[in-house]
Ligand binder design. Structure first.
Ligand SMILES: O=C(O)CCC(=O)C(=O)O
Length: 263
């Protein structure tokens, strides 16, 4: 099962999974609603000055949001992550809610996630699960094969600020939008029930939400494989986990209570 998807995930660093989460849409919608009603400490509105079409995000709340906890522990997500990562186990890193309201013009800039995470692993997978139909024009996009470039581009927030990591000499990401024809850019029309699996090193970005009728709600569930360890990046990370920096050093195993092995 999933052998074709496994090949594409390995080759392209991103693959679409069709219809595997149809039974989980109501659960995840309830999770987003609960998150919005009771935001966590890292809640961000990226569009505070907009009167409409807000882009908000929050993360690391799944242990306080029962529908997210249910999805993580009971849906096929962990087994799928394990299979695609070709890992003996799948560990939960965190969930990330990303909601663009109807007509939101806020673009998610091109980036890859690994440089700002306080973890290191060869086997990594984010499962981006949309809860609304997403047209190709509004779709999150991926640069095929960019996870194999051997690059760690300088970490940048969704607002364009660079992270200041001690001793880091990372390159700046090239201007992809000016040279789209130079890249193999992947993106898909999506329906609720579909998902996209991608590697933490795969470069990705998303346009605004071109639909004026509905939001573009998504939850990205971040998974880690067998070799995952903690990394102190010598500066702020995203997520931040300040308590981990106090008790862990680079190369230490991740604490099981906070980052449990699910499958
Ligand atoms: O949903 C988006 O706009 C971006 C998602 C993303 O960057 C991620 O899941 O890592």
């Amino acid at each position: 099962m999933l052998s074709e998807e496994q090949k594409l995930f390995k080759r392209d660093g991103a693959v679409v999974l069709r219809g595997l989460f149809k039974d989980w849409i109501d659960v995840l919608q309830a999770g987003i609603q609960a998150n919005e009603q009771n935001p966590g400490q890292w809640f961000r509105d990226y569009t505070p000055n907009e009167s409409k079409g807000h882009f908000w995000a929050d993360y690391c709340n799944w242990q306080n949001i029962p529908p997210f906890e249910r999805f993580i522990k009971e849906s096929p997500a962990a087994e799928i992550a394990k299979t695609l990562m070709q890992s003996a186990q799948a560990r939960m890193f965190h969930e990330h809610v990303l909601v663009k309201g109807p007509g939101s013009s806020k673009v998610t800039p091109w980036h890859h996630d690994a440089p700002y995470y306080p973890v290191d692993a060869k086997q990594t997978l984010s499962l981006w699960v949309p809860l609304d139909p997403v047209s190709r024009a509004s779709a999150i996009e991926f640069i095929a094969g960019s996870h194999l470039w051997g690059k760690h581009f300088k970490a940048q927030s969704f607002n364009g600020q660079y992270y200041d990591h001690e001793g880091a000499k990372e390159e700046i990401l090239p201007d992809i939008d000016q040279h789209r024809e130079d890249y193999n850019i992947l993106g898909w029309d999506l329906q609720p029930g579909d998902a996209i699996a991608f590697d933490y090193l795969t470069i990705h970005g998303a346009p605004g939400n071109l639909s004026n009728e509905h939001s573009r709600r998504a939850v990205s569930f971040r998974w880690l494989g067998d070799d995952a360890v903690y990394v102190n990046r010598g500066g702020k990370t995203s997520p931040q986990y300040p308590h981990l920096a106090e008790r862990l050093s680079t190369g230490d195993a991740l604490p099981e209570d906070e980052f449990p092995i699910i499958a």
